[in-house]
Design a protein. Structure first.
Length: 223
């Protein structure tokens, strides 16, 4: 009923057939406007899939801008705490967005749905964590789910690392940005507990979702 993905700009007609087969009704896109302009999702044109743009930006930092800076050999912005801090900001700064997302997720007419950003690991990683925690999934499973991106993205990451070398950058220096870093998702889990008590309390407080609705969602999306 719920899928996490990278961007859908490269979908083929065969992929569209897959969307129809699994019954996708809604696509939630967490990319910024600039990201969507550069790589718009290629969705079926028959109106069978609704598209909802829900941009998540890290302050003035736009992921689309990072590509330009990398090409100039500039990774000064990628500090040790860059990724954990950005994950945490998605909780602190986007309560309204998570309210709107969960409102759609709780509407059975919107499911099955797919949510995505560019690489399907950071913004979608936080979203997946909130969904899984709301459904009562243990933290160890949340961490393992997040790490799956490092398996499924391995091939493209290797290609990107070769490209980065051309700009005089050591690919290892960008490991946290290219992968789904464990320390970032652990920072989310810690932040939720220390500042809100739990993911459920974050969603009912910061995201203003009714506890009864969360309980109903849990019953509907779990076996």
């Amino acid at each position: 009923m719920v899928y996490r993905s990278a961007h859908l700009a490269g979908l083929t007609d065969q992929d569209h057939a897959t969307l129809r087969r699994i019954g996708i009704r809604l696509v939630c896109d967490f990319r910024t406007r600039e990201e969507t302009r550069e790589q718009p999702d290629r969705l079926p044109e028959d109106g069978s899939v609704e598209y909802l743009h829900m941009p998540i930006a890290h302050g003035k930092f736009d992921p689309a801008e990072a590509v330009g800076r990398i090409r100039k050999g500039d990774i000064s912005w990628l500090t040790d705490d860059f990724m954990p801090n950005n994950y945490i900001k998605q909780l602190d700064n986007f309560g309204d967005l998570w309210h709107r997302f969960f409102e759609r997720l709780m509407d059975e007419k919107s499911r099955p749905l797919v949510f995505h950003c560019t690489a399907g690991k950071d913004r979608t990683g936080v979203c997946a964590a909130l969904i899984l925690l709301a459904a009562g999934v243990p933290e160890s499973t949340v961490i393992a789910d997040h790490a799956l991106s490092n398996i499924y993205n391995a091939e493209i990451i290797d290609i990107i690392k070769l490209e980065i070398k051309k700009y005089g950058i050591d690919p290892e220096a960008m490991q946290s940005y290219l992968t789904a870093p464990r320390e970032a998702i652990e920072a989310v889990l810690k932040h939720l507990k220390e500042n809100f008590g739990s993911a459920q309390e974050y969603l009912t407080g910061q995201a203003k979702i009714r506890p009864a609705d969360l309980e109903r969602l849990k019953k509907e999306i779990t076996e």
